[in-house]
Design a protein around this ligand. Structure first.
Ligand SMILES: Nc1ncnc2c1ncn2[C@@H]1O[C@H](COP(=O)(O)OP(=O)(O)O)[C@@H](O)[C@H]1O
Ligand SMILES: [Mg+2]
Length: 360
């Protein structure tokens, strides 16, 4: 890998977009339901829109089960979608297999949570990287070209000197080194977008930062568009340019990471931040107000709550929240900051006022 694909395209250019992306997994029907018209489905992802830009990291944050991995898999075209659109460089794409799928994968690569599961234990690092380079046509013509490309890949993920790693098996490496190999393999395609699904959550805390810093370095040097999926909103603040928050299959808040993490607008985002350990807040009195906030469990996605899906857990819920699906509302503190929450609809809040007890 000697040059970056499209390194000359300006940072900020839109690479990949999801528009109204929806995925419902059908639930297998029980015998007694066979004659009814009921078709249950897990509403894993509903109406999700996001934009990945060159040279930027977009974080997708939410609790386990909120639909983050499903979004990544849809974007990687590993699942057919129920509805919505995926656009690569502005063009609608729906690929299933064959050469169209390979062309798509060359531009959009995925990195998984568990680097051990994603590498084949019976093959060496050399095998994994060679395969990636060959599939995507970057192995060169001669054995020498290939060797050079392999070294370049390992250098790029700071596994140096490369010859120390090339002929090792995955089990001979640490978790962090395996994840670096998985990243190198993705880079073998010379992609424009990386979809990183909880790339550091299985790694020891002490090496997480190193892998995130590597991804940041790749973003800058290769001008990559990165989707960083995490349940840890504190790491989104550190690592991502934009942050999107997902709850029970729906997007609830978005904006630049600093704003979303420092002035969260949606009650769910506040709950996430309050429950995340943040060294900046360790000196303040944590227990005082948090006792009764946001208790409970994420809802069933087979019959998700009506209106706002967060309303059963929301300490600020109003009557309207139980019936009407919130729309994206501008918060107005920073450009691009929005929340899908009726608290930011003045008419709703005003209508609620007389005689009602809106707590704040
Ligand atoms: N292949 C599948 N079939 C049925 N349900 C699924 C499938 N994949 C995910 N789900 C369900 O979709 C929801 C979202 O899952 P997922 O995208 O893995 O969330 P996250 O990555 O945020 O933890 C969960 O309720 C999960 O059980
Ligand atoms: Mg997941």
């Amino acid at each position: 890998m000697t040059s970056t694909p499209d390194a000359e395209t300006p940072a900020g250019e839109v690479v990949l977009e999801a528009i109204g992306l929806t995925k419902h997994f059908p639930v297998r029907r029980k015998m007694r339901d066979l004659f009814s018209k009921k078709h249950d489905a897990v509403h894993a992802v509903d109406d999700v829109s996001l934009t990945l830009r060159r040279g930027q990291v977009t974080a997708l944050v939410g609790e386990s089960g909120s639909g983050k991995s499903t979004v990544a898999r849809l974007l990687a075209q590993l699942y057919p979608r129920t509805s919505g659109d995926i656009r690569l460089h502005g063009r609608s794409t729906a690929v299933k297999s064959g050469s169209a799928f390979r062309r798509y994968c060359a531009q959009v690569q995925m990195i998984f949570q568990d680097p051990f599961a994603s590498l084949n234990p019976v093959h060496t690092i050399r095998y994994h990287l060679t395969r990636s380079l060959k599939i995507h046509g970057h192995a060169g013509k001669t054995a020498e070209d290939l060797e050079k490309a392999l070294h370049a890949l390992l250098n790029r993920v700071s596994l140096t000197p490369p010859e120390r790693y090339l002929d090792k098996f995955p089990h001979e490496l640490s978790g962090g080194q395996r994840q670096r190999v998985a990243i190198a393999r993705a880079l073998g395609a010379e992609p424009e977008a990386l979809l990183a699904d909880e790339p550091v959550s299985m790694l020891d805390v002490s090496i997480r930062l190193g892998v995130l810093n590597l991804l940041r370095d790749l973003k800058e040097r290769l001008n990559l568009a990165i989707l960083y999926i995490t349940h840890d909103i504190a790491s989104a603040r550190y690592f991502a340019d934009q942050t999107l928050v997902m709850y029970a299959g729906r997007m609830v808040e978005g904006g630049d990471s600093e704003t979303v993490t420092q002035s969260p607008a949606h009650p769910y985002t506040r709950l996430l931040i309050d429950s995340a350990p943040d060294p900046d807040r360790l000196t303040t009195d944590i227990d005082a107000s948090d006792e009764d906030r946001g208790n409970g469990e994420p809802p069933s996605l087979i019959r998700p709550p009506s209106g706002c899906r967060f309303h059963p857990r929301c300490p600020m819920a109003m009557a309207r929240c139980t019936t009407d699906l919130p729309v994206r509302l501008e918060i107005g503190d920073k450009p691009g900051h929005w929340a899908a929450c009726w608290l930011y609809d003045e008419a709703t809040v005003a209508a609620q006022r007389p005689g009602s007890a809106v707590t704040s």
